[in-house]
Ligand binder design. Structure first.
Ligand code: PEP
Ligand code: MN
Length: 449
């Protein structure tokens, strides 16, 4: 594979570095064959789409737009169904409608979707009843049941993941092209169970007011308001499994830059952001817009160095920093990080993930999050950025369009008891439909009755 002379980088150069969170495959020949086959398959996204998203992220970094990024903690192959995909699109479209109306800003929608199949784990191995097996690392790598066969990393799953991602993207494109996201028809986004939602009345009022304004403007102008007929929708995932990402990295466009063509917007997770690690090495060479999760352990020096490596030329839209500090750490933790970024002179987009710093376990051992902590971290984030002459231009949320009970609190008052009822996530707890819509209303400044 050709090396990029300007940067001394190529899609495999990460292999000379220490790569955290990678599976240990036994059959190296099988891995090689999968990577070869994956590299020959059609690209999932286009160069034009990736560059269009980068422009929108640049606008958000300048305060002219807002980034809404959300989806499952981990997608599973079994959940790749038409309903699941449409429901995720519906909740993100409803949230963005609320945000656009309340913030008077354009909103860019990005799903944690079509590739969010690999998960970092705190331990490589798991022990149950005296037996020790590899941890489940996501459907891209192995399978959840606790048997030696299921937990053995299987390289063929990378091909199955590519196929699920392609099916998911195909369905999203068909829905969007078929007018699903048309602002004139927000009834397309209604979910079956919403009639019982405490958010219903407020949401209806917003929908009606948008419909009225559109009608008014179109009567005056005598034509459709531009951009109201369809919206863009982009994909993102944690680019954790580097062989999967490398195989789908291609030289495209006029200037021959390398792009990750498996997703529009990959991010580096908190556990793999070491400066001299393999993930940072891989990310520095791709031309996509990229993001890094910034957790409580990251020093100002580390952040500055990451910004230098990932965005050496201050390219508009290139770098998004997603802080995920926790409701009780953000007040002390965020200001030094903002100062560090400001000291580099770069224009980055700041986004807040109010989920991952607020995970807790109930007495009975269920992983959950309190909606009040999620809202609190987000509200503090807006205030802190504003006070420091910076601004928060996005949110990053784990959510689902399904009626699950994984996080506690919110307008429908879910309690610890409710977690037993409809807890479906294999990994982190997601906001359900009501909780996600309530979050959008809070962000947009709507006050609930
Ligand atoms: C995640 O986004 O699911 C995740 C693991 O996040 P983080 O890297 O911030 O812990
Ligand atoms: Mn998660």
């Amino acid at each position: 594979m050709a090396t990029d002379n300007r940067t001394n980088w190529h899609p495999e150069s990460w292999q000379a570095k220490t790569a955290g969170q990678q599976p240990l495959y036994r059959d190296t020949e099988a891995v090689k064959s999968v990577v070869d086959r994956l590299g020959r398959l059609p690209q999932l996204v286009t160069h034009g789409e990736v560059e269009a998203l980068k422009k929108q992220i640049a606008e958000a970094a300048r305060g002219e737009r807002f980034l809404l990024q959300g989806g499952d903690c981990a997608e599973s192959f079994d959940d790749c169904t038409a309903d699941n995909i449409a429901n995720k699109l519906k909740i993100l479209l409803q949230m963005s409608l609320v945000l656009v109306t309340g913030m008077r800003k354009r909103v860019t929608r990005v799903g944690r979707i079509a590739g969010q199949y690999a998960k970092p784990r705190s331990a490589d191995m798991e022990t149950r009843g005296g037996q020790t097996l590899p941890s489940y690392r996501g459907d891209l790598i192995n399978r959840p049941p606790f048997t030696p066969e299921d937990r053995e990393p299987d390289p063929e799953l990378m091909l199955r993941g590519y196929e699920r991602a392609a099916l998911t993207l195909n369905h999203i494109r068909a829905l969007v092209d078929g007018g699903f996201a048309d602002l004139h028809h927000p009834e397309n986004w209604d979910l079956d169970f919403v009639r019982q939602s405490p958010m219903e009345k407020e949401y209806r009022e917003i929908v009606d007011s948008v419909r009225d304004s559109l009608q008014f403007m179109e009567t005056i102008a005598g034509s459709r308001v531009s951009g109201s007929g369809r919206v863009d929708f982009y994909t993102s995932h944690e680019a954790l499994h580097l062989l999967y990402e490398q195989a789908q990295t291609h030289q495209v466009g006029h200037d021959g830059r390398w792009y990750n063509m498996a997703t529009h917007f990959p991010w580096i997770g908190m556990r793999t952001a070491e400066l001299d690690g393999a993930h940072v090495e891989y990310f520095r060479g791709i031309a996509n817009p990229v993001a890094v999760k910034v957790g409580p352990g990251m020093s100002a020096e580390h952040l500055k160095a990451l910004i230098e490596v990932l965005d050496p030329h201050d390219e508009p839209g290139r770098l998004t920093l997603i802080h995920r500090l926790g409701a009780n750490k953000i007040e002390s933790g965020l200001p030094p990080l903002i100062e560090a970024a400001q000291a580099t002179g770069r224009t980055v987009l700041w986004s807040c993930d109010p989920m991952h710093g607020n995970t807790e376990k109930t007495q009975s051992g269920i992983k959950t999050r309190r909606v009040e902590n999620v809202f609190s971290e987000l509200e503090q984030a807006f205030d802190i950025h504003q006070k420091m002459g910076s601004h928060l231009g996005g949110v990053h949320i784990e959510l689902t369009g399904e009626n699950v009970t994984e996080c506690m609190g919110g307008a429908s008052g879910l309690t610890e008891k409710d977690l037993e009822r409809a807890y479906r996530s294999q990994v982190d707890p997601r906001l359900n439909y009501d909780q996600a819509l309530e979050l959008a209303m809070r962000v947009a400044g709507y006050r609930l009755r």
